[in-house]
Design a binder for this molecule. Structure first.
Ligand SMILES: Cc1cc2nc3c(=O)[nH]c(=O)nc-3n(C[C@H](O)[C@H](O)[C@H](O)COP(=O)(O)OP(=O)(O)OC[C@H]3O[C@@H](n4cnc5c(N)ncnc54)[C@H](O)[C@@H]3O)c2cc1C
Length: 292
């Protein structure tokens, strides 16, 4: 593991453009937010002499307008957990996922932008943001936005250039009079551990109970958090029963690529993924108002 051994400069940019300028002018610079990943898990082969701390760059907020909820990148996991807005939004899945995020000490420091920027497959936040169809706003030479599905391109890599930073996460508000249910689940060795498997779902139904829209995302079962598109498509147009859900999840092995590590074997992850996927779909369907 490689750590910062020779820290030369520590910057506190006043805004995102200032942070990007520093990252472009200092090639051996890295962004730091909560530091819970960067300082603990090391630098993964990069040489870093300068840190650009973005926690004073005006990116800590949760706000809502007519169409979106907007979360600033340096909003902490504790702030997500405790924001009144998320207690009532989308069956509280963001608040619930934040509450399952290891310990209060880590939650108080770790940020949503750092969680997405670290691109860990075990992120507890990414599956929820996929179920919510979130977009990620990025500042670099120009401002860009990416759907979260497609933000990760390979193991611990995102679509961002090294000098770009996540500024905001934007969650669309569901249309009125639409019946949508949501669910989140995390399985770990203990309550204070990262996930063996986690996941989230959102299911929208019409008045007859037919599925009109489905999102199912899983973490820790591939090199990045994934959407299970085949399962989602299988659900469309159907009134769900336990049998239909079980059959849709039967071939989940086609969607995932789990690995063995100290926490679990690939085989165990595959089995848990199938069980969790079915539970998430059932819970989201029932919360949307569907009858099983
Ligand atoms: C003991 C322990 C337990 C943990 N448990 C969990 C858990 O249960 N669930 C979970 O999901 N994670 C967990 N983590 C991982 C980690 O805490 C999270 O990924 C956290 O959200 C990282 O946020 P941070 O602000 O601390 O990021 P930092 O450590 O500051 O940064 C992480 C990476 O992201 C980059 N980065 C930071 N902010 C941005 C930004 N705005 N734009 C672009 N890149 C950025 C940094 O350059 C760095 O490469 C755990 C970590 C530890 C040490």
């Amino acid at each position: 593991m490689q750590y910062i051994r020779d820290l030369k400069k520590y910057y506190w940019p006043k805004g995102p453009q200032d942070a990007v300028r520093l990252l472009m002018q200092e090639p051996l610079a890295e962004i730091i937010a909560g530091g819970t990943e960067l300082l603990v898990s090391g630098l993964k082969g990069r040489e870093v002499n300068n840190l650009v701390d973005i926690t004073r760059a005006g990116l800590s907020y949760v706000k809502k307008d007519k169409k979106y909820i907007k979360i600033g990148a340096t909003t902490t996991i504790s702030e997500l957990q405790n924001a009144p807005l998320f207690k009532d939004f989308a069956c509280s899945i963001l608040s619930k996922a934040a509450g399952k995020f290891v310990s209060v000490q880590i939650r108080n420091a770790a940020t949503i932008g750092g969680n997405l920027g670290a691109a860990m497959p075990s992120s507890d936040i990414a599956p929820v943001l996929m179920a919510l169809d979130a977009k990620i706003h990025v500042c670099g030479k120009e401002n860009k936005e990416f759907p979260i599905n497609g933000f990760y391109i390979s193991k611990r890599k995102t679509v961002m250039a090294p000098y770009e930073i996540i500024t905001e996460i934007e969650i669309p508000l569901p249309a009125e009079n639409v019946k949508t249910g949501y669910a989140f689940e995390k399985i770990g060795r203990t309550e204070m551990d990262i996930a063996i498997v986690n996941g989230a779902a959102s299911i929208t139904i019409d008045a007859s109970g037919e599925v009109k829209n489905a999102r199912l995302s899983l973490g820790s079962v591939a090199q990045n958090t994934i959407r299970c598109l085949e399962i989602e498509n299988n659900l469309l147009g159907k009134k769900l029963t336990k049998e239909i859900i079980a059959a849709s999840c039967e071939n989940i092995a086609k969607s995932i690529d789990p690995k063995t590590d100290v926490r679990a074997s690939a085989k165990y992850r595959g089995t848990v993924a199938r069980v969790i996927a079915a539970r998430l779909i059932e819970e989201a369907y029932i919360k949307a108002g569907g009858k099983i």
